[in-house]
Design a protein around this ligand. Sequence first.
Ligand SMILES: [Zn+2]
Length: 161
Amino acid sequence: MLLLVIVVAALLIGGSVRTVDYGKVKNIARADGVTGQLRVALMEYQVSGPIDIEIISGVRTEEEQARLYAQGRSTPGEIVTYAAHAVDTAHGRGGAIDFAVLVGGVQTYGSDARHLYLQVAEWFEARGFVSGIRWTKEFPPDGDMGHINVSNWKALAMRLS
Ligand SMILES: [Zn+2]
């Protein structure tokens, strides 16, 4: 019932709805500004998601994308993106989130946690979303485990410039 109320409220209020922390999703406010389909799914996840997660990022600015693109090229670290510009990414268009799985409240990464990320991915995939955990060729060995995007993100307007 609670879930129904929030989903209906979100659909009615649309773009103006703000999210609050509770349930299975920590720091959900970091996803503010993402497209409604994804926000509604996150609100459902708060109630019925299989595993606690924390939102790391949602909408990405051009500056943030430039910094990420530099990583593994002109700055230290591993390559985390193949897109030089935010507009060419689901994040830049408000169609994606990055998350971390929480184990005992702690962000948990790495191959040992891949089975947990897979449960989250399958939950979103069952609702029509795309999960980066499948991109094991582009991001070996585990894929972009903490990434979820809407399938039609190229049709979304650019969120920020
Ligand atoms: Zn991502």
